[in-house]
Design a protein around this ligand. Structure first.
Ligand SMILES: *Cc1c(COP(=O)(O)O)cnc(C)c1O
Length: 383
């Protein structure tokens, strides 16, 4: 129950154990088409350019920036946690200028500040932001931010590594231009793949670049020749696809489709509400206000006087339960508890509450015993 990777279902692991066939084998090519179709469902888009980059979420981030941004461009980057800082790195390494819109860690991106920045920089090429900040457990208003980008003529570049499959995300309806995710969070696949999708405006920008994309590997104009039949032309080798990883992604996307994406969103919300209510009954404080809370990740303030690494060690050793520590400014201040994909179940909620209660009691923390699990059960099973 850390901030990813989440539990991988045995069906996905079994799929990954299937025989390795060639990356241009007709059977594999047919499966690639299904992967693209299933990814369109997950992203709720009709975008033709929808594919998994053969590398983790960070590569999906880089793919969006290197394909759409050129040296000399200006990009407005919203930062309210660790991952917005990485977007800045991407922009600056391209030789573009990042205009930072900063919000306190644990709060969502302020729409007014984002709009002020767009007004102050009318030529900005893009507005980039993180939908679900995994470092703090905050969900920002992606729909409103994308509408702002469109209003001011900027592309929207969205990090959906932790939101895809777990929180409502409507790529086409919201007018998202470029968006990337990761396989190991709410999709519950093994780490190492990064689904991305580009809308028409983004493809237009990509096709009208003044310079070549400086990363050969992430240049989507080249990758596309492998992932699509270009006007009847045969698919051509770009790099050897991670065949078995893609079997896994295919299976995990099928499982999401079987569940129904709206059901998955509702499941993440319900389990997280139960977990938070249980912690509150115990007397533990969340970092994030209810209204901004990200269902797939709860950041919990560490109670005073508790030995943080020792608590995490005991949770792992005694209960087989992994929780994350704080990142960046929140190091030593919070635990990050994930309820993502296959790890978002009532059983995980109950295990986490009882394991945390037992461990914190042993550690001498001042908590209310015996109340957290019943409170959570009531929310989980009341109907
Ligand atoms: C995990 C994560 C990433 C990075 O993904 P990797 O697969 O670790 O490269 C990027 N953004 C967010 C919001 C994340 O949670």
């Amino acid at each position: 129950m850390g901030p990813g990777p989440s539990d991988v279902h045995p069906r996905v692991l079994q799929a990954m154990g299937r025989p390795t066939i060639g990356h241009l084998d007709p059977a594999f090519v047919a499966m690639m088409d299904e992967v693209k179709q299933l990814l369109r469902y997950a992203f709720q888009t009709k975008n033709a350019l929808t594919l998994p980059v053969s590398a983790p979420g960070s590569a999906g981030m880089e793919a969006c920036f290197v394909n759409l941004i050129e040296a000399g461009d200006t990009v407005i980057v919203c930062q309210n946690g660790v991952f917005g800082g990485r977007m800045r790195e991407n922009v600056e390494r391209i030789g573009a200028t990042a205009i930072m819109v900063e919000d306190a860690w644990g709060t969502p991106i302020d729409l007014n500040k984002a709009e002020e920045a767009l007004k102050a920089h009318p030529g900005a090429k893009a507005l980039a932001f993180v939908h679900a900040e995994t470092s703090t457990g905050v969900l920002s208003d992606a729909k409103a931010l994308c509408a702002l980008a469109t209003k001011y003529g900027a592309l929207s570049i969205v990090d959906a590594v932790t939101s895809l499959g777990g929180s409502p995300l409507l790529t086409d309806q919201w007018g998202v231009d470029a968006i990337y995710s990761g396989s190991q969070k709410c999709l519950s696949c093994a780490p190492g793949l990064s689904p991305v999708t580009f809308g028409e405006r983004a493809i237009d920008v990509l096709q009208n670049r003044k310079t070549k994309v400086q990363s050969w590997f992430l240049d989507l104009t080249l990758v596309m020749n492998y992932w699509t039949d270009g006007g009847g032309a045969a698919r051509s080798y770009h790099h050897t696809a991670p065949v078995n990883s893609l079997y896994g992604l295919h299976e995990s996307l099928l499982m999401l489709h079987e569940e129904g994406i709206e059901n998955s969103w509702a499941r993440h919300r319900l389990n997280s509400d139960a977990l938070r209510a249980g912690f509150a009954a115990m007397g533990l404080k969340p970092l994030v206000a209810d209204a901004d809370h990200l269902p797939q990740l709860t950041a919990l303030k560490v109670p005073d006087g508790v030995d943080k690494p020792e608590t995490r060690r005991r949770l792992l050793e005694n209960y087989g339960l992994e929780v994350g520590g704080g990142l960046g400014d929140l190091t030593g201040k919070v635990w990050r508890i994930g309820l993502m994909g296959q790890s978002s179940t009532p059983a995980h909620v109950i295990l986490c509450l009882s394991a945390m209660e037992g461990t914190l009691t042993d550690m001498g923390a001042n908590i209310n015993p015996g109340v957290a699990v019943p409170v959570a059960q009531k929310i989980l099973f009341s109907d």
